[in-house]
Design a protein around this ligand. Sequence first.
Ligand code: PBG
Length: 351
Amino acid sequence: MGENSRNTAAGLKVAAEIDVDEITGHRRMRRSRGADWSRRMVRETRLTVDDLIWPIFIIPGTNILEPIDAMPGVNRMTVDKAVEAAKMAADLGIPALATFPNVEMEKRDETGSHILEPDNLINQTTRAIKKAVPNIGIITDVALDPFTSHGHDGILRDGEIVNDETVRQIAAGAVHQADAGADIISPSDMMDGRIGAIRRALDAAGHQSVSIMSYATKFASACYGPYREAIGTSGLLKGDKRTYYLDPSNAMEAIRDAGLDVEEGADMLMVKPGMVYLDICRALKDTYGLPTFAYQVSGEYSMIKAGHAAGYIDGERIMMEKLLAFKRAGCDGILTYFAPEAAKLIAKGLG
Ligand code: PBG
């Protein structure tokens, strides 16, 4: 007998006589997994409809639903359709909507000045929904990118995104959004000092009760592509957003940056994108204890839809598993284009 086969024989002998109780010390993790009732009884994390915030895209006009090629199942909609969508969402129990406008190209300029128009598309939407569906929260994004001719979130001067002038413009835009009835202002631009500036401007305008959900850690990610198609900035954007968004390599910097937002008065924090930044979700929740949200962004949504359409994955199960993962990572809720779909599954007891 060669040495190899002697070893094999020894291994097989041990394998045949293994006493698993001696290894586990009678601890058996599978006991609680044996039956559905038991799995339900020990379940630590649950996804409920209260966890879902639904981002929607608005276009000018009436009675139009316009499919977004890069986001199968998601439509841009006119204000009247957004009111219907808000009713549907409220009936499903979805607590809040986040609204994003796709305005006419001729309204976009170098400084994104259309954000200062009190009756712009985003503010019209808020007014209409607040009037018709008072029991759903409205979160407005206060960045300049839907309004700039270059698709950046800030004012572009001599090839540079200027910080302080952008912050003043955003704070003014936030006042108009709050005047229109927004419940939560959500700046997604990553300029320095914007949370403090928005808080001061809102308070001076009598909007002490309007909250700020900071896009506290927003990374320079490849996952935003479909969104840019949705709001019509993909063809406009020159260069990238790396001079103001976070480097995907930097967790410590992300935590420090979120800390500044907390000091400046943020009521809630958001991590964006969601799935590949679950470590940041956990860190922010554990460090600051604020209500913490993840934005499962457009690219994350479209990847699941595409994988499902190709027949590679079960899109519905992946959707629920990923949404649950945000909860497990410490999030209090998720901004997700899946909100209505997930809410319907949860209502059927399939959550
Ligand atoms: C920018 C903004 C972005 C998203 C929402 N607001 C990112 C960007 O265009 O750089 C992305 C949302 C998504 O991808 O779903 N203010």
